[in-house]
Design a binder for this molecule. Sequence first.
Ligand SMILES: Cc1ncc(COP(=O)(O)O)c(C=O)c1O
Ligand SMILES: N[C@H](C=O)CCC(=O)O
Length: 431
Amino acid sequence: MNHQKSEALFAKACRYIPGGVNSPVRAFANVKEIPLFVDHADGAYLYDVDGNAYLDFICSWGPMILGHNHPLLVNGMEEVMRKGISYGLCTPDEEHLAKLICDAYRGMDMVRMVNSGTEATMSAIRIARGYTKRNKIIKFEGCYHGHSDCLLVKSGSGALTFGTPTSPGVPEDMVKHTLVCRYNDLASVKEVMEQYPDDIAAVIIEPVAGNMGVVGANASFLKGLRALCDEYHSVLIFDEVITGFRLAYGGAAQYYGITPDMACFGKIIGAGLPVGAYGGKKEIMSCVSPCGPIYQAGTLSGNPLAMHLGTLLLDYLKTHPHLYTELADKGHYLKTGIEKLLQEKGLPFQVHQCGSLLTLFFTDTAISSYDEVKTCSQDMFTTYFHTLYEEGILLAPSPYEAMFLSDAHTKEQLDYVLDKIALALDKVKRL
Ligand SMILES: Cc1ncc(COP(=O)(O)O)c(C=O)c1O
Ligand SMILES: N[C@H](C=O)CCC(=O)O
């Protein structure tokens, strides 16, 4: 594959943008590649500036659940832009989208729109702290909740990829109230709750972790968290930035049948435009300014483009529930196909799949938390990534990111992917 134009653009971008990229994970540094510069995308495919076509399994890190360039969204974008781009004032779509989210999500009475997943989790923590009048929070090792200071502790995603799970520039004082527990280990949470019975404002978790590879929470673990939060009067926050409206229309809360006190959403609720939202019980959300005293604001929050596309997408997903069954079927098809290949080749690796999210972990250790994720081979992942990349299959360039499926992916395309995975596993085996 020729990447000449991407190479030239990357060299220029490095002059003006740190590392040439606007988010670290897309640097491809972890797999010893240069970033791919995209020209356009359509359906399941993404096309780079050099004219190479890739089956896209990044899907803009989740939101392109219908594939790229879906006519509903493209037409909707044209229509809404003709009316105006931004007003910094209220529009009818804001109410429409808020109602769609509240109707879809267990226990969600009110929701506030923001501009990113980072803003959503950062704000949810502030509201939980203000509501409980407590400072400490619990997060889980390997979970990523965006890059706000108090949550950038033992984080997943790009923070793990680049070896900075706790970033320089985050003062000790800012994270002294962030307590980190082990994913899927209720005893570790109980211990902290018992140590600080009146101090834990919130427990925040990715109910299916998607930022240390896909690691689902055990249902009993989530139920246990719910019970502990009830017992100690802490706010349980589900970070559904990846899982919301993807795992199921009602997100992981619906998938597990567990109701958190608050939840955070991102990208998918704006169909891929910059957006986020946090919400929850009325009692908690009534504390948010101007209803209550806890301040949170945003010039572009609820911007008309994201709100309009969000309503179109969520309305569509609501009226096409079979889409979730089909996505899960495709995920399962890929998982069983990979497992069959692993068995044939005598390789002991782990495949995790949850609906339309999938990860192949290059380890013989069963995985339920970040401790086990750490046993995976980066070299094997790099070989695997490169083989597929050369065959026109685009995975996230990091072992810690999920493989995302969309409605646009066909069974035939998945068969092609399985053929190429067979090739990649042969190379991995020879390492
Ligand atoms: C679970 C989770 N929470 C929060 C975020 C932060 O979202 P954003 O990148 O939109 O700030 C992400 C992704 O980046 C995420 O995967
Ligand atoms: N894991 C992140 C989102 O879910 C990756 C996207 C990014 O940080 O650029």
